[in-house]
Design a protein around this ligand. Structure first.
Ligand SMILES: Cc1cc2nc3c(=O)[nH]c(=O)nc-3n(C[C@H](O)[C@H](O)[C@H](O)COP(=O)(O)OP(=O)(O)OC[C@H]3O[C@@H](n4cnc5c(N)ncnc54)[C@H](O)[C@@H]3O)c2cc1C
Length: 421
């Protein structure tokens, strides 16, 4: 419920996921204490970055790798995140139902028997030198791989690695420049976070509180009107007057509906992934800790091998099946993920503490597609006809994918919102 004191606020941030928390901390830092109100529809903050606790086992909603850009942006806000780099040299590759030595790190890639010497070199070169290439904007990744790699086998092997960093199971769905730019970011190193992503949500929340941000959970915003003094309406019929609003982490459809736009923004199609989060009292096979599917878009990683996520001796695993357009139902997808667990960790059912299947979680609100102009084609943070209303999230602004886009667009939107105070 919105309290009497919240009928006015200098600035309002809608949505308390990663984007909203970063926007609120930045806004409060610029505006001073007590001036920012953060509204969240759910019962707790965190959104898609929530982590649940099961007898000391920390399960985030699906696998999560923290990229350098996100980490640096959080550091700039005084939020230090304990994250550790996973070892990719021991990865295994799953092809035709059999596990093989993998090729996720440069050394193993140059030795893999899954590819010919010519194919290995071509894939290694593509991955080692991928970086932002504006000339690729408007080309889809399938065309790009076909142009750069000599065989279908090489393309499949390269995309298996690119897929796990973007969650995109269909190369024709993502703009080649967006993919290449993101892979350059992945090469800078990724971190698995101690305690799961709740660690960074909790740290941001503490920072927001220290800066005097007022958080109201259980408050769904149903309408927003821009102007000299923007107005927000909540589901319980309350109106809040403010000077600037940041809509943080909402889908482009929701933003369009709030603002009464008849022509919703088209930032690209949403991306969904099936995830299986598993807690075990012990790991049946300590040698099988990272599996990357080559001919089927599957993934398994023992996150607790790298980060502190489980009590002593226990293990936390994240599995995923990326959407490749095959149209498999949830029962079949779950069966395939269980089969992967049987293959990698036989006997896992006897040591199971908790299992959570997420058949269709939104990993990216809108994929930067070739047809929508890739990263530079994404919508900006201002909204025509609604002065004082700013937008941030994983589909906003010309930089970054996934959480990187959240924190970068949140910073931009907060700066613009603060300028009106
Ligand atoms: C399975 C999975 C794996 C991922 N892996 C990675 C990864 O490895 N690396 C990476 O960088 N990123 C990853 N991501 C992406 C990253 O987690 C998200 O981009 C990020 O968490 C999105 O945060 P957000 O605040 O923009 O949106 P959300 O987390 O969705 O938060 C939006 C918030 O707004 C609230 N809200 C919605 N509507 C209203 C309303 N009308 N009124 C008030 N509140 C409202 C919601 O309740 C929610 O709390 C992954 C995502 C998923 C799902």
């Amino acid at each position: 419920m919105t309290g009497r004191a919240d009928k006015r606020a200098d600035a309002v941030v809608v949505g308390a996921g990663l984007t909203g928390l970063v926007a609120a901390v930045r806004l409060a830092g610029a505006a001073g204490p007590g001036r920012v109100l953060l509204l969240e529809a759910g019962g707790e903050p965190g959104g898609r970055s929530r982590t649940t606790d099961h007898d000391g086992f920390r399960l985030t909603l699906g696998p999560r790798a923290l990229y350098r850009t996100t980490r640096d942006q959080l550091h700039a806000l005084g939020v230090r995140v304990p994250a550790r780099e996973p070892d990719l040299t021991t990865a295994l590759a799953l092809r035709e139902g059999t596990l093989h030595p993998g090729y996720a790190a440069p050394g193993p890639l140059l030795r893999t028997r899954l590819l010919s010497p010519r194919e290995r070199l071509a894939v290694a070169r593509l991955l080692a030198f991928s970086r932002s290439r504006p000339s690729l904007v408007g080309t889809d990744a399938a065309e790009w791989l076909a142009d750069r790699l000599p065989t279908e086998r090489a393309r499949e092997a390269a995309f298996a690695l690119l897929r796990i960093s973007t969650y995109t199971g269909r190369p024709e769905m993502i703009d080649a420049n967006a993919l290449a730019t993101h892979f350059a970011e992945v090469r800078r190193g990724v971190g698995y976070v101690d305690g799961g992503w709740r660690t960074l949500i909790d740290a941001l929340l503490a920072r927001a509180r220290a800066l005097g941000v007022r958080l109201r959970t259980g408050t769904r915003v149903t309408g927003v009107e821009g102007g000299e003094r923007p107005r927000i309406t909540t589901a319980d019929g309350q109106g809040i007057r403010t000077r600037s609003v940041v809509l943080a982490g909402l889908s482009q459809r929701a933003v369009g509906q709030f603002l009464g736009q008849s022509d919703p923004l088209d930032a690209g199609r949403p991306l969904h992934t099936a995830c299986l989060d598993v807690a075990l009292t012990r790991l049946p096979d300590p040698t099988c800790t990272l599996v990357i599917g080559v001919d089927e878009p599957l993934y398994l990683s023992v996150f607790s091998r790298t980060a502190h996520l489980a009590p002593a001796g226990g293990a936390v695993l994240h599995l995923a099946r990326y959407d490749d357009g095959a149209g498999l139902g949830p029962t079949e997808v779950r069966k395939r993920l269980h089969h992967l667990l049987d293959l990698c960790q036989p006997g896992w059912r006897e040591v199971l503490v908790h299992e959570r299947f997420l058949p269709r979680i939104t990993t990216m609100t809108a994929v930067p597609e070739a047809r929508t102009g890739g990263l530079p084609g994404r919508p900006g943070m201002t909204v025509d006809a609604h002065p004082g209303v700013f937008v941030a999230g994983d589909w906003v602004g010309p930089r970054g994918l996934l959480a990187n886009a959240c924190v970068l667009s949140a910073a931009q939107a907060a700066r613009a919102a603060a300028a009106r105070l």
